[in-house]
Write a protein that binds this ligand. Structure first.
Ligand code: URA
Length: 237
């Protein structure tokens, strides 16, 4: 695909468009071995070799970011009234048409994948692909093995919607137990509604993985970073 040099470099997300223009004008970018100082020069990302300060640009068609979502933020691209996960991204990522692959509730924290790869998002979310999303959940009353069995069997929600078999593992039992839940679907308030059927209230919910992709424990709530190439491969394969 032919596109402007400044747009292509900025689309990789490591610099803003303005910084990219400065970089190009300063003579630190080459196309097929020749310095190019014109930000509007058209380039073909697949076949032309671009270098920045001597290093080859490895062009990535899509962007994949992980975020540790804080509570109080909506899991959508844009909202006129409320802060969204996209609003929390550093400036250079904001104009890329990124969207969250799958929604977490406003009060749920943890792993959100932001991407512009619609096909991958669809594949991760489609229940028929049986990709487990793993959550940690704190509840308001003790759990029993019977609850684990009900999850395994597949819970029918209060409105009659049947859920696919899921996994519940009790990590700490007591007045406010901590458990791990794994589901392959993403119905509205699904985990809260599943526990609602078992007469348990969710007091805290955190997503920790999507398939093989695990939330980086170094990321503080509200922070995000691009996936490493190894992490991207885990999703794309
Ligand atoms: N289930 C819920 O109830 N809420 C979430 O945010 C995710 C799964």
């Amino acid at each position: 695909m032919l596109q402007r040099l400044d747009k292509l470099i900025a689309s990789q997300g490591t610099r803003s468009r303005r910084d990219t223009v400065k970089l190009i004008r300063s003579g630190r970018v080459t196309i097929d071995g020749a310095v190019c100082r014109d930000p509007s020069q058209k380039v073909e990302s697949e076949s032309q070799q671009i270098t920045i300060e001597g290093k080859p640009l490895v062009y990535q068609r899509f962007v994949y970011l992980m975020m540790n979502k804080p509570s109080g933020v909506l899991c959508v691209s844009r909202d006129p009234k409320v802060s969204t996960v996209v609003d929390l991204l550093p400036e250079e990522w904001k104009r890329k048409g990124l969207f969250p692959a799958g929604r977490l509730d406003k009060d749920t924290v943890g792993l959100v994948l932001l991407t512009d790869d619609g096909e991958l998002a669809h594949r991760l979310l489609s229940p028929k692909n049986k990709i487990y999303k793993k959550y940690l959940v704190r509840l308001d009353a003790p759990l029993t093995d019977e609850h684990c069995r009900r999850f395994e069997e597949g819970i029918t929600l209060a409105d009659g919607t049947p859920c696919h078999p899921a996994k519940l593992e009790i990590l700490e039992n007591g007045e406010q137990p901590l458990a791990q839940v794994q589901i392959t679907e993403g119905r509205y308030h699904q985990i809260k509604r599943m526990f609602g059927v078992l007469d348990r209230g969710v007091v805290w919910l955190k997503r920790v993985s999507i398939g093989e992709l695990v939330l980086d424990p170094q990321l503080k709530e509200g922070e995000s970073r691009p996936l490493t190439s190894q992490e991207t491969e885990l999703l794309v394969l």
